[in-house]
Structures are given as C-alpha cells and as structure tokens.
Design a protein around this ligand. Structure first.
Ligand SMILES: [Zn+2]
Length: 435
C-alpha cells in the first residue's frame, strides 16, 4: 500500500487521547497528531476512537490436529472483528508444540494463512525441560508455556519441574497456575455427580491461589520472568496487592470479568473453562484490579464444537471462544467507567508488548508498526459468530462499539459493513527481545 492518512481521529495511545490525524507509510506509523503531508488515500475516522490493535497473548487456534474446532486462518480472520491484530498461540495442539520441529511447522502454517501477526509458545513437558533452553532463545519465541494443572491436552508438569524450568530457561514462562493435586482430588470426590455450579467445586479458588502463591515465590527466588495466565480469584488479587514482584505479570480474561457462578445454571457447559469462573465477589475484585495488579487481558480463546459443549458436564470439554469480541466487550467496561480508554490500550496492547519485549508494537507512535483499529460507536447485538465453531457465550449481548477498520502492518485487512470484508492478508511473525 502507498502512504495514507487516517484523519479526524481520536487517537488513543497508552498515555493520552490525541485528536488529529495519522500518517502511515506501510508498514510503519510515520506521524501522529498533526499531519501536514498530503496523500491520495485517506480514511475518515469521523471523530471515532482509533487504537493500537490488540495483542492477544493467549489463544488456542487448534492447528495442527484439531482443525475441526478451528484453524489459524478462520480464527485470525474472526480476531480482526475483535480488534485483535496479533496473537500468541498455545502449545496444546496435536502434535503438541514441544519440539523445535513442531514449532517451525506452526510458524509455516501461520506464514501461509494467518490474517494477523503471530507467534507460538513452546510447551513444557517433564521430558523436554533440559533441552528446551537450547532452542527457545529465538527472536520469534516469546516465552514457554507451563501447565501446572491438566486442561485440554496432556501437557502437565509438577511444581518441582516448574522450579527446575525456572533454573534453566532464559525466556519468560507463561503459566497456567492451578494445583493439579486439588483438581484431581475433587474429580474423584465429585465424579458422576452433577449440580449447576459443579465446575466451581471441582476447580475451586484454593487450587488457583495456592499455586499462584508458590509460582510468585519461585519467580522471585530465581529472578525469572513469569506471566501468570487467566487470574480468576479475589484471593490472588489480594495476594498481589500485598506483594507483586517485578518479575511477575498478570493476565485475566473476559470470561472472569463478565460471568460469575450464578451464570452456571443458565449457561452450563458454555461457560465451562479452566480455571473455573468463580463467584460474583471474585468478578468484582478482578474488575477493580484492572486498574492495579492486572497487566493484560487475553481471551484464552478456546473453541470447541457445539456438539462437544452440549454433552453432559463430565464429558464436555473446557474452553470458551471469544477472540472475535475482545475489544467490543471491553469497550463496555470503558462505557461503564470501570477503565479508561488509555487503560484499555495498556491492557490489550502496550503491556502485552512490554512484557514480552515485542518489537515495535503495542502503541500508536512514530516508528511503530501500523497495527491500528478504528472503532465505531454503534450499539449492536451479538447474533452470530465468525469463529469456526460458530458460537461464543455472548449471544444476545448488546455491545457499544464495533471494529470499523483493522489495519495490520499498514494494510487494510478488514472493513466492517453490511457485508463485512476481509481485504488483504499482510501478517508478520512477531519479534521479541530485538535491540
Ligand atoms: Zn488457555
């Protein structure tokens, strides 16, 4: 694409809201605010908010091996509707991303099919801990992923193995922080039984906060950067308020901010996810913590088929898809005064980029890649899904904003309209720790 301008914009950066224009010379942002150059091509933002595209550090795009649920192509397309212009995908695919070869294979699929910028977490197993450090210090690898409790797939390590990992690994560690021993005890205790909020009892708060307590201590002990995924309890929030080491960063997900245990009787398995959705007071605490100890909001987009989610509780898989709604959902928190526009940008773009040292992304500033979304205030009701699985748990919710345009590396990738259009695929691999 030739240089172009986005005019009449309310540009939201990590620091401020600037009224003005943007000059883009793809793939970069060249000027912000006052633009004097002329260009043939102009997008009129009509006074709407213009944000850096979201960087979702936590998705399960299911490829390879689970393509009946989702693919990188289908979900990266849907992600543009959610204002997401970069993703980092989890290793619990088939095969699992536990070798350099499997990781390279994923990178290849993404290069050929992804609509947005991409990266992939290698997964940690008891078998690969020793050799993982040999190939993960790669400029396209953000961190490794450790599961301390079982979820979809078989990736699982013990707390002792996690400690060993921290001693050996150079890159950050993203962790599913839940104690498998507590989950297993409860599976035995409740197996075969059913009541609406059973998932909360099978995966209770103590499984989370007891694990997180140990994870924080180990991160501090070894001075290793740990990104704690999907925070779900008020106990963890309080713990972190008391003490949050420099080496620890925190994610939560939309499902913990928009649902609570009262919703199980209505939504059942549709909101079954790991860790479980907790109680109203946990939700309240997490919403408040968006302005303090929580650094990022990732979707944990985890699609399963409708046919799988309608199975009885004990046979139904855990996971909620929502990447197509990330920014529209979060704009409702801005409208309700829970977070500001700049905080929204920090949580979804700037902090994800800072935590993994993503090269030239995560904000709107001169010299950054032009990953940009233009929002339109136009309340709309979720009636259909663009995920391959065809659903999300927010049907019939009315959201205040939609994504009008999404630019990826300065190319117009998506335009919303009567008939939404996906226009050009110009994604790049994310780069980390580049100086
Ligand atoms: Zn996940």
């Amino acid at each position: 694409m030739k240089p172009f301008r986005i005019v009449n914009a309310r540009i939201v950066t990590s620091q401020a809201i600037v009224e003005g224009d943007l000059l883009i010379d793809p793939p970069y942002i060249v000027q912000v605010g006052e633009v004097h150059n002329n260009t043939d091509l102009v997008f009129d933002a009509k006074g709407n908010y213009v944000l850096p595209g979201a960087i979702d550090l936590h998705v399960h795009f299911r490829q390879p091996g689970l393509e009946h649920k989702a693919t990188i192509e289908t979900e990266s397309r849907a992600a543009l509707r959610g204002g997401v212009t970069s993703f980092i995908d989890m290793p619990n695919t088939k095969p699992e991303t536990t070798t350099s070869r499997a990781w390279k294979e994923k990178m290849k699929v993404a290069r050929n099919t992804s609509w947005i910028n991409y990266a992939f977490y290698p997964g940690v197993t008891p078998q690969n801990i020793n050799e993982l450090p040999n190939w993960t210090e790669h400029r396209n690898i953000p961190a490794v992923k450790a599961f301390l409790a079982r979820s979809t797939g078989d990736l699982l390590i013990s707390m002792d193995e996690f400690e060993k990992l921290l001693k050996l690994i150079k890159v950050p560690v993203a962790v599913h922080s839940e104690l498998d021993s507590i989950v297993m005890e409860n599976i035995k205790k409740y197996y075969g039984k059913f009541f609406p909020d059973i998932h909360y009892y099978v995966r209770p708060p103590e499984a989370c906060y007891k694990a997180t307590d140990q994870v924080i201590k180990l991160s501090e002990k070894y001075g290793k950067q740990v990104h704690i995924l999907h925070l779900s309890t008020k106990e963890e929030v309080e713990m972190l308020r008391g003490h949050k080491p420099e080496t620890v960063s925190i994610e939560t997900c939309p499902q913990y901010l928009f649902f609570d245990s009262q919703d199980y009787s209505r939504l059942g398995n549709w909101i079954k996810c790991n860790p479980s959705i907790k109680q109203a007071e946990d939700k309240k605490s997490l919403l408040q913590a968006l302005n303090s100890v929580i650094d990022t909001i990732g979707t944990d987009h985890a699609p399963h088929l409708v046919a799988e989610k309608v199975l009885p509780y004990w046979r139904s898989p855990s996971g909620i898809p929502s990447v197509e709604l990330l920014i529209p959902l979060l704009t409702s928190l801005v409208e309700n005064g829970i977070i500001t526009w700049t905080r929204l940008v920090q949580l979804t773009a700037t902090n994800p980029a800072r935590i993994y040292k993503i090269h030239k992304r995560g904000d709107i500033a001169e010299g950054m890649y032009a990953d940009i979304i233009v929002l339109e205030r136009s309340p709309w009701t979720v009636k259909r899904s663009f995920h391959k699985c065809g659903w999300n748990p927010y049907f019939n919710w009315t959201l205040p904003y939609k994504i009008k345009y999404a630019f990826v590396n300065g190319s117009l990738a998506y335009r919303e309209g009567d008939k939404s259009e996906w226009l050009s695929r110009n994604s790049m691999p994310l780069e980390f720790r580049v100086s």
